[in-house]
Design a protein around this ligand. Structure first.
Ligand SMILES: *[C@@H]1O[C@H](CO)[C@@H](O)[C@H](O)[C@H]1NC(C)=O
Ligand SMILES: *[C@@H]1O[C@H](CO)[C@@H](O)[C@H](O)[C@H]1NC(C)=O
Ligand SMILES: *[C@@H]1O[C@H](CO)[C@@H](O)[C@H](O)[C@H]1NC(C)=O
Length: 290
């Protein structure tokens, strides 16, 4: 971690210390009533089962969405999702962290629907200081519409690890030392939405949403975090479970390295780091770090 005199960095260091020495233990298992607000959809987002289940739906008139009440500055954030079944072509279920604004940081999962029997695409991206262009896409090794599966973001000062059912699929290392911005000083909220993107999503917009199948529904449950919650005053961060801060320094151990190689070898379908056509002037610097 580099020290400089900007107030943001000072606030960040302060929060980091508060986080590390904090002794407050708060609950980390989620309840949708307590942890989230519906952002749009006029009744199409529903919280059910005493707050244990949330569903988003999309019809021709509107999609729907929700966001977390808390803002987080680092954390291990798990959510189980069951995606729109059947002919979901044209629909996109986005699940991401963002700080909003023109210099926003963002960590994205986006699930691009498909015709019945054709695979979903899991699209990932990372933005820092408003700049993204770091896409990696995957197929999944199961049907994500048949059951709930866990999608996790482990975000700490060293790296961001995207995982599916505890199998890491993407590792984005902090490369600030070679001048690549990394999301580490803007607190982010969790957002999710289900919307129509048939102008681009399925085969570049060739396949249109079949509205006779509407409403389309995606479901969420078992939201859990070990994270640093940013206070509304904006000066400190409190761990949701300070007795177990292993996530703050967690990287890829040997088993995770084997798993991620397996996932990328068999299921990665796009990697910006190998897209030489897109970057004729040379691949982005973090790609050359191996
Ligand atoms: C905090 O973490 C410890 C160790 O992993 C665990 O035993 C405990 O149940 C956790 N507490 C909460 C409130 O989640
Ligand atoms: C949909 O399925 C087709 C055929 O397998 C595949 O080429 C495409 O990548 C899939 N996903 C999307 C979002 O189009
Ligand atoms: C809920 O999520 C936690 C953390 O990801 C996991 O350990 C637990 O098995 C999940 N519970 C269910 C019912 O899937």
């Amino acid at each position: 971690m580099s020290f400089n005199t900007s107030s943001r960095a000072t606030i960040f260091m302060f929060s980091f210390l508060v986080l590390v020495i904090s002794s407050l233990i708060a609950s980390c298992a989620g309840n949708f009533y307590q942890d989230f607000d519906v952002t749009f959809g006029d009744g199409r987002a529903k919280i059910l089962d005493n707050g244990n289940l949330l569903t988003l739906s999309l019809d021709k008139a509107s999609g729907s969405g929700f966001k977390s009440r808390n803002e987080y500055l680092f954390g291990k954030i798990d959510m189980q999702l069951k995606l729109v079944p059947g002919n979901s072509a044209g629909t996109v279920t986005a699940y991401y962290l963002t700080s909003l604004g023109s210099t926003h940081d963002e960590i994205d999962f986006e699930f691009l629907g498909n015709l019945s029997g054709d695979p979903y695409i899991l699209h990932t991206n990372v933005f820092a200081q408003g700049k993204g262009n770091k896409e990696q896409q995957f197929h999944l090794w199961f049907d994500p519409t048949k059951d709930f599966h866990t999608y996790s973001i482990l975000w700490n000062p060293q790296s961001i690890i995207f995982s599916v059912d505890d199998t890491p699929i993407r590792y984005f290392k902090n490369s600030e030392s070679i001048g690549v911005p990394f999301p580490n000083n803007q607190p982010m909220r969790i957002y999710s939405s289900l919307w129509n993107a048939d102008d681009w999503a399925t085969r570049g917009g060739l396949v249109k949403t079949d509205w006779s199948q509407a409403p389309f529904t995606a479901s969420y449950r078992n939201f859990t975090t070990q994270a640093c919650i940013w206070s509304s005053g904006g000066s400190s961060c409190t761990s949701t479970n300070s007795s177990d801060n292993a996530w703050l320094t967690q990287g890829l151990d040997t088993t995770s390295q084997e798993r991620i190689s397996w996932a990328q070898k068999n299921y990665m379908i796009y990697n910006y780091c190998t897209d030489t056509k897109r970057f004729p002037q040379g691949l982005p610097p973090e790609c050359l770090l191996n």
